[in-house]
Design a protein. Structure first.
Length: 237
């Protein structure tokens, strides 16, 4: 029964993953990174975007070491070395994203959700984790809440994320029972994203290339964290 229940919960997470994910809104939000059973709350995945109208999908090569026709095509574009081929290679190359389970303060009733972020935020989080002044920021009793400030500073082209630890440690919840329930409800990361087979990727690539007009210059690569965030939002829709 426990195994069947886990499968049912995984299916629910997959079908309703819009509620499973959390994105910071403009302004300040306080969160707590939730510890995982393996001791590492951070997960790293590589996604391909911009393959026609397809939403972002996991890279078979980067994530699972499988044969990946899109990865091979990107390497072929790099080897061609023309301005257009390099531009398309950058546009189709896999992009790295990081994820962590979080509890959003003021929205605890929504349970543990998954926050997706880029390299800059990841590096900042690692520095906090390795800072002896804070200890284990994910500790359920003496961990540290984090204030996430998200928005576009004056003159900036894209929104930025800053992370500030609270000055005092605090328990994750008010009771050990509630904490245990939350730890048991951490989303299963293996069910959050659809895994494409190499054959499916080949089919998407073929459709994309057939739809390309040879007389039209390949689109410029998206740049900046905001563009990646938009693509990631499409993945969740």
């Amino acid at each position: 029964m426990d195994k069947m229940r886990a499968k049912a919960e995984a299916l629910q997470n997959k079908n309703g993953n819009r509620d499973t994910f959390w994105r910071p809104q403009d302004g300040e939000t306080t969160i707590r990174i939730v510890p995982t059973s393996d001791g590492d709350p951070f997960r790293e995945y590589w996604f391909h975007y911009n393959v026609g109208k397809n939403p972002g999908f996991l890279s078979p090569k980067k994530n699972f070491g499988e044969d990946d026709p899109l990865d091979s095509f990107v390497r072929q574009l790099w080897n061609e070395g023309t301005e257009e081929s390099i531009k398309m290679a950058k546009n189709l190359s896999a992009r790295q994203r990081f994820f962590a389970p979080v509890l959003v303060r003021g929205e605890e009733e929504k349970g543990v959700r998954v926050w997706g972020f880029g390299k800059t935020a990841y590096a900042e989080l690692l520095n906090l984790v390795l800072n002896p002044d804070y200890g284990d920021i994910t500790d359920t009793e003496d961990g540290t809440d984090l204030t996430i400030n998200y928005g576009k500073p004056p003159g900036a082209q894209f929104p930025q994320t800053s992370i500030t630890p609270r000055r005092r440690p605090s328990p994750m919840t008010k009771s050990a029972e509630t904490t245990a329930q939350l730890l048991d409800s951490i989303p299963d990361f293996t069910t959050l994203f659809e895994r494409k087979t190499p054959a499916q990727v080949q089919e998407m690539l073929d459709e994309f290339l057939l739809g390309e007009d040879a007389q039209v210059e390949a689109p410029a690569p998206a740049s900046g964290g905001n563009a990646v965030d938009k693509a990631f939002a499409e993945l969740l829709s």
